[in-house]
Design a binder for this molecule. Structure first.
Ligand code: NAD
Ligand code: WQD
Length: 336
């Protein structure tokens, strides 16, 4: 298939692009580099041995976006990664988040309609479940995000489902749990200037870039008092997109899947595992709870296992080892 990838230079897209290229798909990448650099695209080209079509376009500029659809023609499917994704920042700058994520998506949906593109994969998130009543959480659980970033995901899902109904689009919504780790080559990975998520933070502490990890509370009702999450290896997550594209080529309708392992790890377990990967203990101290945090959330991935034929294959060791390989091979990320 010829697939348009929005946010094509980002963390999850880079890994997904490699898996899609392995399956022979043709990719057209769009990104405005608000949270990425062109180097990631070059590295994907080097790893995969493919030259990639790339457009530096902001989804907020509908004319530029439309010119990509016009020039490329015959796009069979879109995978929509482009979004702002930092929960804390979304609380401080909600309007930026609504504008970028909602208006950007609306522009994309309008272009799809105009150019008759009917197959779509959407990057959603466990954040749409907020603080779920049950964990592991199933796809039909109550939706209830608790921050502006999460609200944008809930809204984008809803707009998409309404558009799919009206225009007969085929849609796969993937609700990712906690993506972690990096490609086995050590050449691509997550490259945040200031890490908002646990593993990249632990990784920078392990590398000596930051002094210590602050554990956000050890008085949660969990195995050791620290928060428990369902970490999913980035390559497993990437492969879920290949399965989603397969699904669109042989089924019609709208489908929602949790992408996680169903297995949780606490913050302390993650820090300890990382210590093993890097060969020394990672310093940490226990601080107060982070506002808006929850004790535990795990995916029930049964539906993705049975309907998509997808299952997570990598474990915790692979996640921390690959994250450390990426960190130690690229101490300054892509920005060297
Ligand atoms: P990322 O920031 O690495 O990638 C997103 C890419 O989109 C970046 O390259 C950025 O420059 C680009 N982008 C953002 N706004 C744009 C715009 N207006 N026009 C063009 N490009 C734009 O993030 P990621 O971790 O790869 O996340 C990809 C998707 O997955 C996002 O939609 C995110 O919300 C979702 N998601 C991420 C996580 C996570 O923890 N990483 C978890 C659940 C869902
Ligand atoms: C994991 C655990 C923290 C940092 C967020 C978004 C979610 C999704 C994934 C996009 C928690 C603890 C963290 C630190 C810590 N993103 N922690 N010290 O909060 O589960 O999910 O990213 O869609 O929407 O909300 O991930 O990595 O921030 O936290 O103790 O310095 O690590 O309290 O228990 P979270 P996280």
């Amino acid at each position: 298939m010829k697939i348009l990838i929005t946010g094509g230079a980002g963390y999850i897209a880079s890994h997904t692009n490699i898996e899609l290229l392995k399956e022979g798909h043709e990719l057209v990448l769009v990104d405005n580099f608000c949270n990425s650099v062109y180097e990631s695209v070059k590295r994907v080209e080097a790893i995969s041995g493919n030259k990639l079509k790339f457009y530096e376009v902001d989804l907020l500029n509908i004319n530029d976006l439309e010119s990509v659809f016009e020039k490329e023609q015959n796009i069979d499917a879109v995978i929509h990664f482009a979004a702002l994704k930092a929960v804390g920042e979304s609380v401080e700058k909600p309007l930026n988040y609504y504008e970028n994520n909602i208006s950007g998506s609306l522009n994309l949906y309008k272009c799809m309609k105009k150019y008759n593109v009917v197959n779509f994969v959407f990057s959603s998130s466990a954040t749409v479940y907020g603080d779920p009543e049950e964990s592991p959480v199933k796809e039909d659980a109550r939706i209830g995000a608790t921050n502006p970033y999460g609200h944008t995901k809930v809204m984008m899902e809803q707009i998409l489902l309404d558009a799919a109904d009206a225009y007969n689009w085929n849609v796969v919504i993937l609700r990712y749990f906690n993506p972690a780790g990096a490609h086995e080559s050590g050449k691509i990975g997550e490259d945040p200037e200031y890490p908002a998520n646990l593993l990249p933070f632990v990784s920078q502490v392990a590398a000596g870039i930051r002094k210590k990890v602050v554990v956000f509370g050890d008085d949660w009702d969990t195995i050791d008092g620290t928060g428990v999450r369902d970490y999913i290896h980035i390559v497993d997550l990437a492969k879920a997109h290949v399965k989603a594209i397969d699904k669109l080529s042989n089924s019609k309708g709208t489908f929602i899947y949790n992408i996680g392992t169903g297995r949780g790890y606490s913050v302390l377990e993650m820090i300890k595992a990382f210590g093993k990967a890097c060969g020394h203990e990672v310093p940490y101290e226990v601080g107060p709870r982070r506002s808006g945090d929850i004790a535990e959330v795990l995916a029930d991935p049964t539906k993705a296992n049975s309907e998509l034929g997808w299952k997570a294959e990598y474990g915790l060791e692979d996640m921390v080892n690959s994250a450390w390989k990426w960190q130690s091979m690229n101490p300054k990320g892509y920005r060297e």
